[in-house]
Design a protein around this ligand. Structure first.
Ligand code: FES
Length: 127
């Protein structure tokens, strides 16, 4: 069995925190922008700004936005993870402004996964 690394533990903690907050009813949805070194170099700050701008325009107050470190796929950054209450998290990669706006509108606000942009859903299903 492989040893857990500090990064593994951080990911577990992040996932647990996200699930707990959603279960407590604090938020209907959570968006995590992966802002490790690779994400920042690929434009994660711009992605974060687009998400915040779109959410502010929509008036939604039930979406949590937070950051985390690298998601483990430097070459596919910028990446975000979207988690809607009681649904598996979905990772999106290779993001730009246009793709991000579509994800905010259709998935985060509309509740429908943008399958053509999704990399993976939960731990097992990939698009
Ligand atoms: S910093 Fe992104 S995979 Fe290592």
């Amino acid at each position: 069995m492989a040893k857990l690394t500090v990064e593994d533990l951080k990911k577990i903690k992040e996932e647990y925190k996200a699930k707990t907050a959603l279960r407590e009813g604090a938020f209907r949805a959570r968006v995590t922008v992966h802002m490790g070194t690779c994400g920042l170099a690929a434009g994660a700050r711009e992605i974060m700004n687009v998400i915040l701008e779109e959410l502010e325009k929509s008036g939604a107050t039930d979406v949590a936005v937070n950051t985390s470190g690298c998601a483990g796929l430097c070459s596919r950054e910028p990446m975000i993870t979207v988690q809607i209450l009681d649904e598996p998290p979905v990772k999106y990669c290779d993001l730009n402004e246009e793709k991000t706006r579509k994800i905010v509108t259709e998935h985060i606000l509309g509740g429908k996964v943008v399958e053509d942009l999704a990399l993976v859903r939960g731990c097992e299903t990939s698009y």
